[in-house]
Design a protein around this ligand. Structure first.
Ligand SMILES: C[S@@+](CC[C@H](N)C(=O)[O-])C[C@H]1O[C@@H](n2cnc3c(N)ncnc32)[C@H](O)[C@@H]1O
Length: 329
């Protein structure tokens, strides 16, 4: 076990290689073929995602950071002094700094992420910059149930969940409702949930955000095949697949695909998968929610909507939700 700070050790519940193998074999045996996007995030996938956040085409990160900067004091007031923060899919831990700087005496920070090395590096950086803040990293798949680390001192006055980056858009709407309901059970009655959602907009803005000129998103998508080769003994020829981003208006989502350039087959251990030319592996969805649509989804999951903020161009939204104190979760 790695020690991140003097206070807490990493809790490692990350999916193992067998779960990765089973998901890959099931996804490539399905019709149409799919691969779960949570497996994008090995060390290289996390590095590439951080590069995506800096791209000129990728408006979500800079827009959400500007919104959080403008609203940090209000969020801190809503959370109140002594609150404990749980961040789902914490990544590089950039956005949480804005909240931690504004909050009064945060009592605990629990970053939850599937990408172990990246999680530890981010937690180390935060421990250095926020000395005295207890940090309890959890390496886990947040779609599976897990327990929160027990705070070492007094119980926190309030738990607050933080799910930025429009990562909730990677779920289908029923999955997003189930995730939010699970987070409400985890955090308990009276807790806050702060969720960043990308808003619907014209494909001329959306598609370049998922298919940038420098090819970083293409490398991010293809890295999934590289990971299958490295970890599962796969024999994919990466040059035989191309990255494609598609706007699915009926579902209000951007889809990422890996499209086979020609008829081919690829082995993973004893299994062989065939691909027709033009056939795709669907690797990610990014649902875009109008404010009302997301509010209905949060309502179905048992939350009360407290605030919604967007930027002047209406690109991105932040929802502040509350699990009612009377909720039976
Ligand atoms: C789109 S990135 C967002 C990163 C960061 N929160 C931000 O706003 O820039 C998604 C993050 O969630 C993590 N992640 C994706 N699926 C996950 C899962 N099922 N369980 C835990 N972490 C997951 C990834 O490792 C990555 O750090």
């Amino acid at each position: 076990m790695n020690v991140v700070s003097a206070l807490h050790e990493l809790r490692d519940l990350s999916p193992g290689k067998e779960e990765f193998r089973a998901s890959v074999l099931a996804g490539l045996s399905a019709s149409p073929k799919t691969l779960p996007c949570k497996f994008f995030y090995d060390a290289e996938g996390s590095r590439l995602f951080d590069l995506i956040c800096e791209l000129p085409e990728y408006y979500p990160t800079r827009t959400e950071v500007a919104l959080l900067t403008a609203r940090a004091a209000e969020l801190a007031a809503l959370a109140g002094p002594g609150a404990a923060l749980v961040e789902f899919g914490s990544g590089a831990g950039v956005k949480i700094r804005l909240l931690l700087e504004a909050m009064r005496e945060p009592s605990l920070y629990v970053p939850v992420d599937i990408s172990r090395g990246h999680l530890l590096a981010a937690a180390d950086g935060l421990a250095e910059d926020f000395p005295g803040l207890p940090i309890a990293p959890v390496c886990a798949d947040y779609t599976a149930p897990f327990l929160l680390p027990a705070p070492s001192g007094q119980p926190p006055r309030r738990w607050a969940g933080f799910f930025p980056g429009s990562t909730i858009g990677n779920f289908t709407p029923p999955e997003a409702t189930a995730f939010l309901a699970g987070a409400a059970r985890l955090l308990g009655p009276g807790s806050l949930m702060i969720v960043g959602t990308d808003l619907p907009k014209e494909p001329a803005v959306l598609i370049p955000a998922y298919d940038d000129a420098a090819g970083v998103t293409a490398a991010f998508n293809l890295n999934l095949l590289a990971r299958i080769n490295a970890e599962l003994g796969g024999e994919f020829d990466l040059a035989a697949f191309r990255h494609e981003a598609r706007w699915n208006a009926a579902e209000s989502r951007v889809e990422m695909h890996l499209v086979s350039r020609h008829n081919q087959s690829a082995r993973i251990g004893a299994s062989r998968f065939t691909f027709a030319g033009g056939e795709s592996i669907h690797t990610e969805n990014s649902y875009k929610y109008a404010a009302d649509a997301f509010r209905r989804l949060a309502d179905d999951a048992g939350y009360r909507a407290l605030r919604f903020w967007t930027d002047p161009a209406g690109l991105f939204g932040i929802h502040v939700l509350e699990v009612p104190a009377s909720a039976r979760v």
